[in-house]
Design a protein around this ligand. Structure first.
Ligand code: SF4
Length: 313
């Protein structure tokens, strides 16, 4: 990368620069900002939790020709390696463990597991185990030479992203930079930049069942992807009726519905209140069979993490 042109990495010029792409507004705008500064990242990486909305995945077909046109590397899509449990997505993880993304429990960690760890597995490799791999050579070589690669994180300079507690500068392996903040780009500016580059504005990048979803996003999901909406409620039902139960947490929204939204915090009750009965799966007795997937890790770990494009974006 032409680090000097970016003006961000004067002391780290020999180590690769890794662009964490979330495929939402912020990170797409950050691509455009780099391009305008003639600063080419060495790797553009996107971690797919398996629960991304179809529109987010479809945006890969939008951004790929643009990346080709400006001479940036194509997006490298990674997924969390399949472990002993056998699940290949966050949704499968939740179903297998009869639980919900941990954001529903007020915890943060699923982007750690399904985004950051997936990316770091690709970048840093694994020295043993079934998913043993060598890592990405430029990163491995830099670290071998005592250098820290840089990860570019797409937090914008607006009030919402500025409230994010995570603002790490460095860790054992990587240096972290936040170009949008350094440029002073808030969400509106990001949208302007995307439009001025001739690209469509991407939708918020998040799992279709994300507990951080707003009410209008549930309405959109129910209308646009009724099958995904039904699957979200099925995840809730399985968690509620499963071996752990949900207790104080009522559903994907946690302990209570979003302000102004109907229901008790479960998407099922919200759907009932809105007459979306066709989209609500029939209630079952407590699941009689365990998942065919082997349960190893009972937590699903959902939330933000510095090592990944913070989601939802
Ligand atoms: S925080 Fe939401 S978008 Fe991010 S991994 Fe968890 S469920 Fe998916």
């Amino acid at each position: 990368m032409a680090h000097g042109q970016l003006g961000l990495f004067p002391s780290n010029t020999a180590a690769p620069v890794i662009f964490n792409l979330g495929l939402g507004v912020d990170s797409v705008a950050m691509l455009i900002g780099l391009w305008r500064r003639a600063a080419r990242p060495d790797l553009v990486i996107f971690a797919n939790t398996g629960g991304e909305k179809p529109e987010t995945i479809a945006y890969l077909d939008v951004i790929s020709p643009w990346l080709d046109a400006v001479g940036f590397p194509r997006v490298h899509v990674v997924t969390r390696p399949v472990g002993r449990a056998g699940y290949t997505s966050l949704e499968e993880n939740c179903l297998a463990n009869e639980t919900l993304p941990s954001l529903a429990f007020g915890k943060k960690g699923c982007s750690l597991k399904w985004k950051a760890e997936a990316m770091d597995h690709f970048l840093l490799g694994a020295s043993r185990g079934p998913n043993q791999c060598a890592g990405w050579p430029p990163v491995i070589e830099a670290i071998r030479n005592g250098l820290k690669p840089t990860k570019l994180i797409g937090y914008d300079a607006g009030p919402r992203d500025s409230r994010r507690a995570v603002n790490r500068i460095e860790d054992e392996h990587f240096v972290y930079r936040y170009p949008l903040r350094e440029w002073g780009w808030d969400r509106d500016r990001c949208k302007q930049e995307i439009a001025s580059a001739g690209l469509p504005i991407p939708m918020k990048s998040a799992c279709f069942f994300c507990p951080a979803s707003q009410e209008h996003e549930l309405q959109w999901l129910a209308q646009t992807h009724p099958d995904l909406f039904t699957r979200s409620i099925a995840m809730e039902d399985r968690a509620r009726d499963g071996r752990h139960g949900l207790n104080a947490v009522k559903g994907l929204w946690g302990r209570k519905a979003r302000t102004g939204a109907a229901g008790d915090g479960s998407w099922r009750s919200w759907a009932e209140a809105h007459g979306l009965h066709d989209l609500i799966p029939p209630k079952r007795a407590r699941p009689s069979t365990r998942s065919p997937l082997r349960i190893v890790d009972d937590s699903d770990d959902c939330g933000d993490t510095i090592g990944a494009p913070s989601c939802p974006l």
